[in-house]
Write a protein that binds this ligand. Structure first.
Ligand code: ADP
Ligand code: ASP
Ligand code: MG
Length: 404
């Protein structure tokens, strides 16, 4: 079998952990598998590098930022390859470029366009263990890019797809995907399996156990993904196609996202083309807008438009929006960063009603005010004040019967 194993930051946090990773890789290789390892930077390293850049400049150039950030994964890939070699295997460490990971040129959140991977294929056939630096690629013009925070998950899934791997294992610091973040709700239950769709919702709604794009990619190319712990041998969670069993469960998970800021454009003239102008301007800057709410104002001639963006983009979005608001003759723009999004997810919602009202009831009972609501076929999300995040997650987890 060809197996891709991705190890996150805590799994390669120090020399001891890297040795443990090498042991697991060695065991997998000795069972007769071809192993491709994908590693993250040591935990905290990426944040540290971002901090350094921000000390140098309030607005560091994105091209240089990517070169800087990609260095964390270079370190761990080389060290991991050395550790695997010291256990008697042949091993080769590759950067994203050496792996042939070609991306677009949207620095700090590039998309993978293709993976050539010829050198890796040849090396695997020659009996090498390959260790790839996650989170990075290269543009056609030879600039280093990174794939967005948590992007090593995407590196792993995309490499698994390109090499036609039989399995993509994501090793992290929890035993699998839980009904909610086990670090917030200790009663959370581990799921034996979860559908791509539910996992995609959970991830995009804030469950950082898998990066959203990695799930999107796995779903599109049918890559079998298992999430498990690098600290023990417990069976993990299989992320796979939906089956009949899964539909019986109405809510399968609760997610939270504290990285959402809310921007409101007040008193926008109520005429065609206004929303188009506003959101085109934001989209052109590669900023991802999540929830959008538009309200007719009481006098009927103007509306308020509220939307959410990642907090990391909030200052940039505010500036952009103020510019556009001026053009549109809006009354003003305001930014709130003390917000969080709480969501419940489940494919069973397609066939069960009442989930939204139960969610609103539960939040109301605990005095938590709802600022924005959005729903889809398999999720309900509410924006609330961020200080209530943990409380909301706990009471919703309980209310939907997810606690063990
Ligand atoms: P890594 O560094 O290995 O990529 P991450 O920190 O990115 O690990 O993701 C693992 C973390 O995801 C866990 O420690 C946990 O706090 C968090 N998490 C959030 N929601 C969930 C969930 N539903 N199931 C499991 N873990 C979750
Ligand atoms: N090191 C990168 C990050 O912290 C990528 C990853 O860990 O997946 O976001
Ligand atoms: Mg991660």
């Amino acid at each position: 079998m060809v197996i891709v194993q991705k190890y996150g930051g805590t799994s390669v946090a120090n020399v001891e952990r890297i040795r443990a990773v090498a042991e697991r890789v060695s065991k997998t290789a000795k069972q007769g598998n071809k192993v491709v390892v994908v590693v993250s930077a040591m935990s905290g390293e990426t944040d540290k590098l971002i901090g350094l850049a921000n000390q140098i400049s309030p607005n560091p150039g994105e091209r240089e930022m990517d070169l800087l950030l990609s260095s964390g994964e270079r370190v761990t890939s080389a060290l991991t390859a050395m550790a695997v070699e010291s256990l008697g295997h042949k091993a080769l460490a590759f950067t994203g470029r050496q792996m042939g990971i070609i991306t677009d040129a949207v620095h700090t959140k590039a998309r993978i366009e293709k993976i050539t991977g010829e050198r890796a294929r040849k090396a695997l056939d020659e009996g090498y263990v390959i260790v790839v630096a996650g989170f990075q690629g290269i543009t056609e013009k030879d600039d280093v890019t990174t794939l967005g925070r948590g992007g090593s998950d995407l590196s792993a899934v995309a490499i698994a797809s390109a090499l036609d791997a039989d399995l993509c294992e994501i090793y992290t610091d929890v035993d699998g995907v839980y009904t909610t973040d086990p670090n917030i709700v200790p009663e959370a239950k581990k799921l034996e399996k979860i559908s791509y769709e539910e996992m995609l919702e959970l991830a995009s709604l804030g469950a950082k156990v898998l990066q959203t794009r990695s799930v999107e990619f796995a779903m599109k190319y049918n890559v079998p993904v298992v999430v498990r712990s690098s600290f023990n041998d417990n069976p993990g969670t299989l992320v796979t196609k939906e089956d009949k069993e899964m539909e019986k469960v109405v809510v399968s998970g609760v997610a939270y996202d504290k990285n959402q800021a809310k921007i409101t454009v007040m008193g926008v003239p109520d005429t065609p083309g206004i929303a188009a102008r506003l959101f085109r301007g934001i989209a052109d800057s590669s900023i991802i807008v999540d929830m959008i709410v538009q309200n007719i104002s009481s006098d009927g001639n103007a509306t308020d438009i509220s939307f959410t963006v990642p907090k990391t983009d909030s200052k940039k979005t505010l500036k952009l929006t103020e510019g556009i608001a001026g053009e549109l003759k809006a009354k003003g723009v305001n930014l709130r960063e003390d917000t969080a999004k709480i969501s419940v997810v489940g494919v069973g919602m397609r066939t069960h009603s009442g989930v939204a009202s139960q969610m609103f009831d539960t939040l109301a009972k605990h005095g938590i005010n709802i600022m924005m609501i959005s729903t889809s076929e398999i999720k309900v999300s509410c924006v609330i004040e961020s200080k209530y995040t943990e409380l909301a997650v706990r009471v919703l987890h309980e209310a939907f019967g997810l606690s063990s």
